[in-house]
Design a protein around this ligand. Structure first.
Ligand code: NDP
Length: 272
């Protein structure tokens, strides 16, 4: 039986074992996928043990994505650009390949919910690890402009500079932000602390679609706020979670599972 796992801390609430077990069933692959919770300073050792036990690949989530990047011996281009790894794979040559599938997961879910992104003006709230991983995939969809806004403005500026060769991208503070956006993506962790990013209400127009990378059984705080401002549609990040998992599964197994049915089951499971 091929061994896969997800590493994170905390990990008990992780949906990844549920998702990958459904993917394996759907694609008739025989594999085991478990959750592992190393201590904050125990990731490297836990990962080494995993490979020794015959592990074929793993997902990595907070707070270990940067350590996973360092642990990889080869990187995909999207992992190099993100500077973080959420997927590790043991290659046929016995090397550890680091990949980042978060952006592919987000883009697939945005398109599934809002349609093609080409020529749309997109606002990205936040400039942390999640934001970094999704910028290149968003620019690859030929959005007309991607604006990054962050509480610590210097971080948004650095990202806009770093990705400027891949498309039209700019940065702003929350105070200076203006204009209209087709899609607003919340990649801040404000919601995890029951807070909202300080976005001006007038930035949400009747045709604005909002996407919150955070997800919960109930409507997220950001999406509740966006709906109150009259947003056309609001979607949470559960589909991104399933999308990045599907992409990881394809990296490991060479077969792409379908997301829709798994997302439905996960949503049902979440609200129980
Ligand atoms: P980081 O800690 O790397 O970044 C956090 C970001 O949120 C920073 O830009 C920070 O701004 C901003 N922020 C935090 N609190 C506030 C606040 N009160 N007001 C405004 N901005 C705030 O986290 P990640 O980027 O790794 O994750 C961000 C979110 O995305 C999390 O909720 C995570 O669960 C979610 N996520 C979802 C995924 C999915 O599959 N659905 C995948 C990955 C992440 P500053 O720089 O000023 O501190």
């Amino acid at each position: 039986m091929d061994l896969y796992a997800v590493f994170g801390n905390p990990i008990s609430q992780s949906k990844s074992p549920f998702i990958h077990t459904l993917f394996a069933r759907q694609t008739q692959q025989e594999l085991s996928y478990t959750a592992k919770e190393p201590a904050d300073d125990g990731f490297v050792e836990a990962l080494a043990n995993f490979w020794q036990q015959g592990g074929k690949g793993c997902n990595v989530t907070a707070p270990f994505k940067e350590q996973a990047f360092k642990a990889a011996q080869q990187h995909t281009e999207r992992a190099l650009l993100a500077g973080a790894v959420n997927t590790l794979k043991l290659t046929d040559d016995g090397l550890i390949l680091g990949d980042n599938t978060d952006g592919a997961g987000l883009v697939a879910d945005l398109i599934a919910n809002f349609g093609e992104l080409k020529d749309l003006r997109v606002l990205l709230l936040g400039a942390g690890g999640a934001a970094r991983g999704v910028i290149r995939p968003l620019l690859d969809e030929q959005v007309s402009e991607l604006v990054i806004v962050n509480r610590t403005v210097a971080k948004a500026e650095a990202l806009a500079e770093r990705f400027s060769e891949f498309g039209k991208i700019s940065s702003s503070s929350f105070e200076d932000l203006s204009g209209q956006f087709d899609i607003v993506i919340n990649s801040t962790s404000a919601g995890l602390k029951g807070q909202l990013p300080p976005l001006k209400a007038e930035l949400i127009q009747a045709n604005t679609c909002c996407y919150d990378m955070t997800y919960s059984a109930d409507v997220t705080a950001f999406n509740a706020w966006a709906s109150e401002q009259g947003a056309a549609k609001v979607v949470d990040g559960l589909g991104m979670l399933v999308g990045q998992a599907a992409e990881s599964f394809a990296v490991w197994r060479g077969i792409r599972p379908g997301s829709r049915q798994v997302l439905r089951e996960l949503r049902r499971n979440l609200s129980r």
